[in-house]
Design a protein around this ligand. Structure first.
Ligand SMILES: [Zn+2]
Length: 202
């Protein structure tokens, strides 16, 4: 989903379309929102010191003030680097289970209120507090990750020595970005077509 653009690493400053990347507003004040990616660059000497080394790259692109806060949070939640990746892993593994458990607890509570299911005698109906807190956190995290994937206009999806791969949610904005940076940006999709003589492998 989205349009992928390959960006050569030239060190030259990028030119962004003068509009909000989220809503396209041109006549509002724009602020810079960072989008980043990290890759592991651990060498043998680092392993000897029992440490992992990451190298990161960050771009800053314009978003209107109204959307800046949400886009900043969504960018961080979808960022390819260790901590957000760990949180997404927790969300995908435990989030569905937490939502299912919550739905079952609510359903059971409603049935008990209606008198359809009697509470078992001598057994406390209360769930352990830590379990409830963990379930709420996991469910909130899953909802946050799903929200972020829908509300992030730009993600960095690949970080190699020859440059970065950007994924724009708006194909029109991606085209304007390529037009503004013809020397360093090119469509990853057209690259696939060229290499395979009009048969796309991507
Ligand atoms: Zn906006």
């Amino acid at each position: 989903m989205g349009t992928q653009i390959h960006l050569s690493d030239t060190g030259a400053p990028l030119r962004w379309p003068r509009e909000c990347a989220q809503c396209g507003a041109k006549d509002e004040r724009l602020v810079g929102v960072p989008v980043g990616i990290a890759r592991e660059k651990t060498h043998l000497k680092d392993l000897a010191l029992q440490r992992l080394v990451f190298e990161s790259a960050t771009l800053t692109y314009p978003v209107c003030e109204r959307h800046a806060g949400g886009v900043r949070l969504a960018s961080w939640l979808t960022r390819k680097s260790p901590l957000p990746a760990l949180l997404r892993g927790v969300a995908w593994v435990f989030g569905p289970l937490a939502l299912l458990t919550g739905a079952m607890a609510v359903g059971l509570g409603v049935l008990r209120l209606l008198g359809r299911v009697p509470a078992p005698a001598g057994v406390s109906p209360d769930l352990p507090l830590f379990f409830v807190a963990w379930s709420v956190l996991a469910a909130a995290l899953l909802i946050g990750v799903l929200w972020a994937r829908r509300h992030v206009p730009l993600r960095l999806v690949r970080f190699k020595d020859d440059g970065l791969t950007l994924r724009f949610s708006s194909a029109a904005y991606a085209r304007r970005f390529v037009r503004a940076n013809p020397d360093v940006a090119r469509s990853a999709e057209s690259d696939c077509l060229d290499r395979t003589r009009n048969v796309s492998r991507c």
